[in-house]
Design a protein around this ligand. Structure first.
Ligand SMILES: [Zn+2]
Length: 337
């Protein structure tokens, strides 16, 4: 059910802010948060071929929320929804999480469907064991000249992909952020209310993905992701930061300790639920963290995972028995960098 506005998101929320000397130059909208799934792409993110539900209950291929101008710049960046897959309830239908109790074969089939839609079929997926911390890993496939290289004095731990099918590599370790300069590696973060954050400096050829729940936000995981990008040669001012669907302030009632832990650091995340209770808005917090880290362009999907039950899995709404959607990002192989 689409809603035109969410409480608790006032003027402190930023829309897409063009940065001086930006190299991607998409059409921009300042200070505007579009209605969920209005399909106009005003946030620089648009559902293709259309929002889940609008393309039928069981579309042949999964709809994805994509940054189309980044595709033109050689970066595939997308958020998945919950339709277009093969999983049964409570994981229906596009669950991409292997650790939630779903059938392994269905999850892998779902991942392959998403990869095909994004033009990344057969490319390896890199996932970490997400622990709500602030550690970020660089992913390296070991191909000569393609791996991460630390620049200056900054360093980021580097890990290689393990054995197994492209969509079912073992987790790279405990981390909540991944970065890479290696074309064709699909960085993935899995969420079901936490904010997925995708990062790209197309000209530098560096991409990243961050999993940001309240604990990760409070620990600075978003800034750590931007710093790891910079260590691989990205320029924060030229970096695009995409914040995907997450539980909204409209629905995310939290206790005073949690509210203080995040709100003290990111006042933009302070929110009030629709029925007037103290709440947090993780996406707004992630956007403020990106802004603080100097990210030049920030886009927020503005979709509440709890409200939009036909589009997204939600841990809170579904009382923990649910699937996972993903934020996915990859450098297009052979894009001429
Ligand atoms: Zn909501």
């Amino acid at each position: 059910m689409a809603r035109a506005a969410r409480p608790g998101q006032g003027a402190q929320m930023t829309g897409d802010r063009p940065a001086a000397g930006d190299r991607t130059a998409p059409a921009e909208v300042s200070g505007v948060r579009p209605a969920p799934g209005d399909g106009t792409g005003a946030a620089g993110l648009v559902w293709r071929p259309g929002p889940p539900g609008a393309v039928g209950p069981d579309p042949v291929w999964p709809p994805v929320l994509v940054a189309e101008d980044l595709l033109e710049a050689g970066v595939v960046a997308a958020f998945t929804g919950r339709v277009g897959g093969s999983s049964a309830p409570p994981y229906a239908t596009l669950n991409l999480g292997l650790a939630v109790g779903d059938d392994l074969r269905r999850v892998l089939a779902n991942r392959r469907r998403v990869a095909t839609v994004l033009g990344l079929a057969g490319r390896p997926w890199a996932l970490a064991r997400q622990v709500h911390g602030n550690r970020v890993l660089a992913v390296d496939t070991g191909r000569p000249g393609a791996g991460p290289a630390a620049s200056g004095s900054r360093r980021v731990d580097t890990v290689g992909l393990g054995q197994g099918p492209p969509e079912a590599k073992p987790p790279l370790g405990e981390a909540d952020g991944l970065v890479t300069t290696d074309p064709g590696v699909v960085l993935a973060v899995l969420t079901a209310d936490c904010a997925p954050v995708l990062l790209a400096d197309p000209a530098a050829g560096v991409v990243g993905a961050v999993h940001a729940g309240w604990r990760g936000l409070a620990a600075g995981v978003v800034e750590a992701g931007v710093a790891a990008m910079a260590a691989l040669g990205a320029d924060p001012a030229a970096t695009v930061g995409l914040v995907g669907p997450a539980v909204g302030g409209c629905c995310y009632e939290v206790g005073p300790d949690v509210r203080e832990a995040v709100g003290a650091r990111y006042p933009a995340a302070l929110a009030t639920t629709r029925d007037g209770r103290p709440a947090l808005d993780p996406a707004a917090g992630a956007a403020q963290a990106l802004e603080r880290a100097g990210v030049g362009r920030i886009r927020v999907a503005g979709e509440c995972t709890v409200d939009l039950a036909d589009r997204h899995f939600s841990h809170r709404r579904d009382h923990g028995r649910t699937g996972r959607q993903a934020g996915l990002i990859a450098l297009v192989p052979g894009a001429g960098r």
